[in-house]
Design a protein around this ligand. Structure first.
Ligand code: NAD
Length: 429
């Protein structure tokens, strides 16, 4: 068996692979380290299932608009698909495929009993009213209802989706199957079977792996300067946890602009300011607004991208001064940028480890739903800390032993698990 010449799915434009190209290159980099299992490489290069759905809804003005939605199940060899749903005008099939591929790797790196999946709708949710948002969510959920379910594929929040969207997804699925089914999505409101600790889990996880790396590198956490891109679910929580442990948030960038304060920005106060609708990031008192391009040059020890993919590129990587890059976002660093950063001695904590806190607590939520027995927040945070510290240790040790970048080490551990499962299950029929 060998890698087939048509490993690239024909439904993608080979000249514009988007984020899928980054994912494929990361897979290519791990293959030499997989031994005989590399014969199954095409399993990683082709999603198991990619569903494209038309999502027509009545707009408030009485017209009908059609949106394009996706749900990709990249791999389900180790368990049901698991991964978030993104609402963004830039969503494409290639992007959803890459995000689903990274979920396969992430879930296996953490040894969660899941495959990898992801979904999305190409829409700017900022242009929708609340009732339009509800209708688009319900219709999308009905359309992908033929492949999701608590034992098949379990969506969760991602960019521009949240607990409220998850509540509508859970309700729509439940109405369609005729029974309340909390386990079909995670990241739900607490009242509907959500888990304590889920809201901050991804950001908290970023902190846990950074803390572990800093211990190994002899870096001081107290006073460490952090520059953060994205102040949403991930960035906001990460900023608070870093701040609460003595680090200093010196720069934050979001869609509105970039703010800087070398003395430190209080993320609790900023979060409250934004939630109260008192303005954008740029209106927050006591900060300096800087040119967004200068964000990458800010003097800091830790850079934490928590927005979108392809943000750290060959163009800006050479200007980054941080020693530690913590990938809160999925796919924020292009392979070319990674090479530049590594050559400069930076340490990259890869997305498949650094932002795995969210799916880890999603797993806890799913387990709690299955048993209808709920854990305390302290218990969840302790289990999260243990799971991430252990995954970090395994990846760090393998990287040291084989002299590999941390991303490749994470992929070696994860892809070995995925391909062993693939081989043991065999091909049916
Ligand atoms: P979110 O919608 O809550 O927040 C996104 C943030 O990014 C916002 O602050 C937005 O202003 C900012 N942003 C968007 N485009 C930007 C740009 N071009 N430049 C600068 N800032 C920009 O999304 P989120 O859930 O926090 O997700 C952020 C990233 O983390 C994504 O890559 C997502 O896949 C990843 N992630 C999220 C979770 C989760 O639990 N939500 C888990 C793992 C990974």
């Amino acid at each position: 068996m060998s890698s087939s010449p048509n490993a690239l799915p024909s439904y993608l434009n080979p000249d514009d692979l988007g984020p899928w190209a980054t994912y494929l290159e990361q897979v290519d980099r791990v293959l030499p380290h997989l031994g005989r299992l590399s014969v199954w490489a095409d399993t990683l290069r082709r999603p198991k299932r990619a569903l494209i759905v038309d999502v027509p809804i009545h707009m408030d003005d009485g017209t009908v608009h059609h949106f394009e939605g996706y749900r990709v199940q990249h791999n389900v060899s180790r368990g049901p698909g698991k991964g978030g749903v993104r609402y963004h005008p830039g969503v494409t099939l290639s992007e959803v495929m890459a995000l689903a591929g990274w979920m396969t790797v992430k879930n296996a790196a953490l040894n969660l009993p899941y495959g990898g999946a992801k979904g999305g709708i190409r829409v700017d949710p900022g242009q929708l009213s609340l009732s339009e948002l509800e209708r688009i969510t319900r219709r999308y959920t009905s359309e992908i209802g033929i492949i999701i379910g608590p034992d098949r594929d379990i969506p969760a929040p991602d960019v521009n989706t949240n607990e409220r969207v998850m509540a509508w997804m859970m309700d729509t699925y439940s109405m369609n199957v005729g029974a309340t089914s909390p386990g079909v999505v995670t990241g739900k409101p607490l009242t509907l079977g959500g888990s304590l600790g889920r809201r901050d889990a991804t950001g908290r996880g970023c902190f846990v792996v950074a803390r572990e790396a800093m211990r190994r590198l002899g870096m001081e956490l107290k006073g460490a300067r952090v520059a953060l891109q994205g102040f949403g679910n991930v960035g906001n929580a990460a900023a608070r946890v870093f701040h609460d442990h003595g680090a200093r948030i010196v720069a934050i960038q979001d869609v509105a602009g970039t703010i800087y304060n070398p003395a430190g920005i209080d993320p609790h106060a900023l979060g409250k300011f934004l939630a109260a609708g008192r303005g954008t990031l740029l209106d927050f008192p006591g900060i300096e607004s800087i040119d967004p391009a200068k964000f990458w040059e800010v003097a800091c020890e830790i850079l934490l991208p928590a927005a979108l993919e392809n943000q750290i590129t060959a163009e800006n990587a050479g200007r980054i001064r941080a020693r530690l890059i913590v990938e809160g976002a999925n796919g924020p660093t292009t392979p070319q940028a990674e090479d530049i950063l590594l050559a400069h001695g930076a340490i990259i904590l890869p997305d498949v480890l650094a932002n795995a806190g969210g799916v880890t607590v999603s797993y806890f939520e799913w387990v709690q739903n299955a048993s209808s027995f709920f854990w305390t927040e302290a218990d969840i945070n302790a289990r999260l800390d243990r799971a991430l510290s252990e995954a970090f240790r395994a990846i760090w040790d393998l990287a040291q032993e084989r002299k590999l970048p941390l991303r490749t080490a994470a992929f070696v551990i994860a892809c070995t698990r995925v391909l062993e499962a693939r081989e043991l299950r065999g091909l049916y029929p």
